[in-house]
Design a binder for this molecule. Structure first.
Ligand code: ARG
Length: 585
């Protein structure tokens, strides 16, 4: 593995060295380097540094120019305005840097961080015996992308799918199954669709008896107690619901082209044995107190109606544990058992109060600290094209599978229209990659905290900020590379670059910095925006710089090299977001 310093870092280092030499007493020497329209980079930090040192900014800037090491990387550096610096990079440095990246097909020269931590990512957490909806889609898509990006930075990620597999609602289901054995087919005999339809049928039937038959209700209540006390027969029936649901979950995740590992499905029930101890630790340390029989935690700043404090309930007055107790136990397990340094929760923003209280409780108990932090990446609601929360025409929540199927169908229309030489089987394969990619990209290209519109027409459009646009850019490059035949992409650092080549090259070089920033901020939309801009810069390069008909054989090779470097970067970036890039479209 080669590790390549980005041009921006090279310039940054040179400017910082010159600044330190000019201002030996300053405690910071950050030139605040930015990409700019005026030149390749602009440094804006001199003004503030001069102010602090009571120096004239233009004079300081001039001193920096005099001291900066130029030549190899920096072709031109000049003072502009009140004390900015405009920097132009040498063509040769651009091509050489990219060539070094190109040589490292796997990581494009981006080194992993030196001191990685362990991040536990809690995402893709559907509920047992329930249909998955668009909210679960967001958690899965965003969580998967965050993991991809974090892994690339060298961070070790561990997934936790905190599925809803525990609670009083299981009393009714289990009791019904106990009285109607055989209503759930064995999990290994059904596919995802059958599994969900079985579960739905059992759910509806049990609900109907539960609502109409008081004696059944009582038996269901007793069944909850049996479940909580670990009664063997009850647990076996419960397990059937879990297994049947997993068949369904896996079928949806497969459709989503997402790998979910069984050992990472660790639902609420898994923390059952820890909950009494969690409660005891909280009570003994005084973090939680007894109030009307329940064990609760109070927060000064969290108040509800009538300005009454809203407590977090660790244990109910009847002794039962709920959602908070399982999350608190999960924190202990992830910190102590998995040695996590960061806990990331990709959960609907509507649960943000729950996490605020859970995290604060864990901090008071000493389970979270400055070294071990927790963050809820609370995502917004999925809206329909009309801007209202996404529902069917009949006002029901939309089944995730129907949605994915429709996306793939729409994509098939687009692919079929464009493809002349594809067989029907190839069209279907591409359609899945395009349709699922479109759904993921639409989600990932908006800031996660914002609501986003689920608009299939827009998602599979060839124009605009869509994954199809990026996938076409990639496929077009592959077709050029095929046409080039024996002529191989080769870097020629001696060549002067066209303006469009420079813009593309500088952007290509910023890939690693972008992924690190997006990963650190848990902001997949920053990577998506980078990729969209990459495709746009490639398009203007392609429009303005003939590739196969370039002026000289060396220029043909160098442009092919820029094409291939673009393709590799697109491919890598999309892969981190878990989106496919078909070779032909
Ligand atoms: N299963 C929950 C739901 O569907 C989400 C679980 C989120 N994760 C957690 N650790 N609480 O709402």
């Amino acid at each position: 593995m080669t590790s390549v310093t980005s041009l921006s870092d090279s310039v940054q280092q040179r400017l910082a060295a010159a600044l330190t030499a000019a201002l030996p007493d300053a405690d910071s020497a950050d030139p605040l380097l930015r990409r700019s329209d005026r030149a390749d980079f602009q440094a804006n930090g001199i003004l503030a540094l001069a102010k602090k040192a009571k120096a004239n900014p233009r004079e300081l800037a001039t001193q920096v120019v005099g001291r900066v090491e130029s030549g190899d990387v920096i072709k031109e550096i000049e003072v502009s305005g009140p004390g900015f610096l405009n920097i132009t990079i040498a063509d040769r440095a651009i091509t050489e840097t990219l060539a070094a990246r190109y040589a490292d097909a796997d990581r494009l020269g981006v080194p992993p961080k030196e001191k990685p931590g362990i991040t536990v990512v809690d995402y893709a957490q559907p509920n047992v015996a329930k249909e998955m909806h668009v909210g679960h889609l967001r958690s899965a898509v965003i969580g998967d992308a965050l993991r991809g990006m974090l892994d690339f930075t060298g961070e070790r990620t561990i997934g936790r799918h905190h599925i809803g597999d525990w609670g009083t609602q299981f009393g009714m289901l289990i009791q019904y199954l106990f009285e109607h054995p055989g209503e759930l087919a064995p999990a290994d005999a059904v596919d995802g669709e059958q599994a969900m339809s079985n579960l739905n049928r059992v759910y509806k039937a049990s609900r109907a008896v539960f609502d109409s038959d008081e004696e059944f209700k009582e038996r269901a209540r007793k069944r909850v107690v049996a479940l909580q006390s670990g009664d063997k027969e009850t647990l076996e029936l419960w397990q059937q619901f879990v297994d049947e649901s997993k068949v369904y979950f896996y079928s949806v995740f497969e459709k989503l082209d997402m790998e979910i590992r069984d050992e990472e499905i660790v639902g609420e029930s898994a923390y059952n044995d820890m909950m009494p101890e969690t409660a005891r630790l909280l009570e003994e340390s005084g973090v939680a107190v007894r109030s009307e029989g329940a064990l609760v935690v109070f927060f000064d700043e969290i108040r509800g109606k009538d300005d009454q404090p809203v407590p977090l309930i660790v244990q109910k007055a009847d002794g039962g544990f709920g959602y908070a107790a399982s999350d608190l136990s999960a924190i202990r397990d992830r910190v102590t058992g998995l040695h996590a340094t960061s806990l990331l929760y990709v959960v609907d923003v509507r649960q943000s109060l729950h996490f605020k209280m859970v995290f604060e409780t864990a901090r008071r108990a000493g389970w979270l600290s400055d070294e071990v932090t927790a963050h809820n990446m609370g995502y917004g609601t999925v809206l329909g094209a009309d801007g209202k929360p996404f529902k069917t025409r009949e006002g029901e929540t939309v089944k995730l599978e129907d949605l994915l199927d429709e996306a793939v169908e729409r994509a098939a229309e687009v692919v079929r229209e464009k493809a002349q030489d594809l067989s029907e089987a190839e069209i279907q394969e591409r359609a899945a990659q395009v349709g699922i990619g479109a759904v993921k990209y639409a989600d990932l290209s908006t800031s996660p905290s914002r609501d986003y519109k689920f608009d299939l027409d827009q998602m599979v459009s060839l124009n605009g900020d869509t994954s199809v646009y990026l996938q076409y850019a990639y496929a077009r490059i592959q077709s050029i590379l095929r046409k080039a035949g024996e002529t191989k992409p080769t870097a020629h650092p001696e060549l002067d670059l066209h303006e469009a080549e420079r813009a593309l090259g500088l952007h290509l070089d910023a890939f690693g910095d972008t992924v690190f920033e997006a990963a650190a901020e848990y902001a997949p939309h920053k990577l998506a925006a980078y990729l969209y801009q990459l495709a746009s810069l490639y398009t203007s390069f392609y429009d303005r710089c003939p590739v196969l008909k370039a002026d000289s054989p060396a220029q043909v090779e160098n442009r092919l090299f820029l094409c291939d470097m673009t393709a590799r970067t697109l491919h890598k970036g999309m892969a981190l977001l878990s989106i496919r890039t078909p070779e032909r479209l």
